[in-house]
Design a protein around this ligand. Structure first.
Ligand code: HEM
Length: 169
């Protein structure tokens, strides 16, 4: 009986720690953009991205040079709905939708809002989607991250601000 109670308490504690681990975002703030990330479901990256404008917000991973070679996820919110696209850096200052160049859309939208001039979106993406147009992300490793936002809900519109940083995934 004592043993059963002990095991129950241990299991409850393990569940509490597991839930706490899941809810903790790590955070970076640069050029007015807030980028938060956490590993979920063992093989996905969950992201919350926020910028001070009512246009698109985006993150890019692992460029080879400038914007080239990066795996981009761009999103905007319009009428309470989140619109999102998966892109690939086809040149130093250009990118195309994955589906236009033989790839696939690899993300799951969680939520999005536009409040007092700030756009926030939350989504998940696979750490390794298997799509050649996406980055393979390894937890524990260093990753170069590009962040940008624009003032319009138009993915072909250039960023009004952009920045880059290195994170420990
Ligand atoms: C339609 C969309 C986009 C257009 C037309 C565009 C265009 C450009 C151009 C012309 C430059 C060079 C001039 C400058 O520094 O401003 C540039 C640089 C840059 N862009 Fe974009 N961009 C787009 C989307 C993005 C996205 C989605 C990101 C990141 C999430 C991004 C990140 C960057 C970064 C970090 C640089 C500086 C690269 C360096 O100097 O190493 N861009 N972009």
């Amino acid at each position: 009986m004592e043993k059963a109670r002990f095991i129950t308490i241990l299991l409850l504690l393990a569940a509490v720690f597991a839930l706490q681990g899941q809810s903790q975002y790590r955070k970076a703030e640069q050029s007015g953009i807030t980028f938060e990330w956490k590993i979920v479901e063992e093989n996905k990256l969950q992201i919350r991205l926020s910028a001070p404008a009512e246009g698109w917000v985006a993150v890019g991973f692992n460029p080879s040079n400038m914007m080239k070679g990066a795996d981009y996820k761009l999103a905007f919110v319009d009428g309470g709905r989140v619109f999102m696209e998966d892109h690939f850096g086809t040149g130093n200052i250009s990118h195309k939708g994955d589906t236009e160049i033989g790839g696939t859309e690899d993300f799951e939208i969680i939520s999005g809002s536009e409040i007092n001039g700030t756009t926030t979106v939350e989504f998940k993406m696979p750490l390794n989607s298997g799509d050649a147009m996406d980055s393979v992300l390894t937890p524990g490793g260093e990753v170069k991250v590009l962040l940008a936002y624009a003032k319009r809900d138009d993915f072909s519109r250039k960023h009004s601000r952009r920045t880059s940083l290195i994170i420990d995934l």
